[in-house]
Ligand binder design. Sequence first.
Ligand code: FSO
Ligand code: SF4
Length: 538
Amino acid sequence: MFCMQCQETAKNTGCTVKGVCGKQADTAQLQDLLLFTLKGIAFAGEHAPAGVYEKEAGFFTIKALFATITNANFDNVKLTSLVKEALNIRESVKAKAALPAQTPDCVTWTPASDAELDAKAASVGILLETNEDLRSLKELITYGLKGIAAYAEHAAVLGYEDDAIYSFAKEALAATVKDLGMEQLIALVMKTGEIAVTTMALLDKANTTSYGSPEPTEVNIGVRKNPGILISGHDLKDLQELLEQTEGTGVDVYTHSEMLPGHYYPAFKKYSQFAGNYGGSWWHQDKEFETFNGPILMTTNCIVPVKDSYKERIFTTGMAGYPGVKHIADRAKGGKKDFSEIIALAKKCAAPVELETGKIIGGFAHGTVLSIADKVIEAVKSGAVKGFIVMAGCDGRHKTRSHYTEVAEKLPEGYIILTAGCAKYRYNKLNLGTIGGIPRVLDAGQCNDSYSLAVIALKLKEAFGLDDVNKLPIYYDVAWYEQKAVTVLLALLYLGVKNIHLGPTLPAFLSPAVANFIVEQFKLSPVKEADEFVGMLA
Ligand code: FSO
Ligand code: SF4
């Protein structure tokens, strides 16, 4: 195996024996094989009439890509079945395509037996591309596309799809098996950023149309006395159906990590059993799932290797999967998922152990912030607010991530943090106070709600009559971990944001030449020491 797609990759170079995330070599290779087959579908799709790829093959592709995101699916049985389904879809697309005489291996390779799957899986990894700069750009596009896929899948579940996203998946995946040069690939990197914006906007529309605009909300971080179900991940439709099905059962529902922003949506506030948020960011789950005592539902990625102590009470659903862990089946067309097994199990469990008490506040997506735009602009003009620091993105285990806590603790007077994603857990319980009634940590929501932060910046640019978003007093100190953060980063670059500080390390998949290009073009820089960063503001 060779995988370097996340920030925690071994020695900041690549995982070669087993993933730092817990992914076994055979699982990593099956994910490589899945990507390989998806490229075959895309290449064939480019030679088929318009519309053959879009919708069915496109939707399958985004689901399959989602399964390959860091910490999403560790289940070889599921990955193998996705590979087989991909091969069938490829054949049906090929049947409608006029293929050129020369086609890449991914278009023609057909296994005679399951044993051939494993052999092939070991030979189609990312090192197949031997030029490190071309590989770097192809992986940058692929990882950006994986995040786009996850966000597009969430939107699609709520009934919002855009064929342009599927067409882009086709273009991007097919490009990785063509003989393209640096310039063409760089153009495709920028297009990845453009489609990332399109996709995050679509998901924003899907979420806010379905559940209302997030509003400022205090979320309890203590516990009640009832047994509870803990829901994690990003899928709001799963949250909706779990809340509907737990009503009146005596079982409470708590959010974990990236599901915290579920509390900000008006539609979920009517559920009295929606009790609060339990614990911190994703990587604390091995301890927090133990003390939670009740069942846990993982709706998307960020599963850490499951411990025996809670293996019997953790469930996956959607594209998440883990060997030996029960999986809640997809909804039948027009139907709902059935969470009755989880609810029945919860009733037999003890209430969660209290980890902390108090409240955290969030719900400052673009709707809320722009509704108080006058107040914000006034505060900037009067000097009460000197600037904003975007500290969005992911959390992770790296020790140097304490940087983000340190920056928050040392935040000079007059500065406000804008956040989204699980990076916020590094400082969202610090009680940093308010400025003229505006909290000093404004949490827009999940990592995809970084879109909200971009909308806020663009609107402020307009309100201040500026011609460049970089002239605003907004500083970017972004943390990344997995591929959705790559998507968010490419979206910000596409929107023209410069001078982003990225940490805790620059991606291993950027070759020196590609890293140089991005640094020069976008003035991106590695994270600074907290004192240096804060000193730059004061
Ligand atoms: Fe965090 Fe995980 Fe949202 Fe990511 S939970 S790390 S960018 O999956 O998705 O922010
Ligand atoms: Fe390593 Fe990250 Fe890949 Fe897991 S996802 S194998 S930790 S690079």
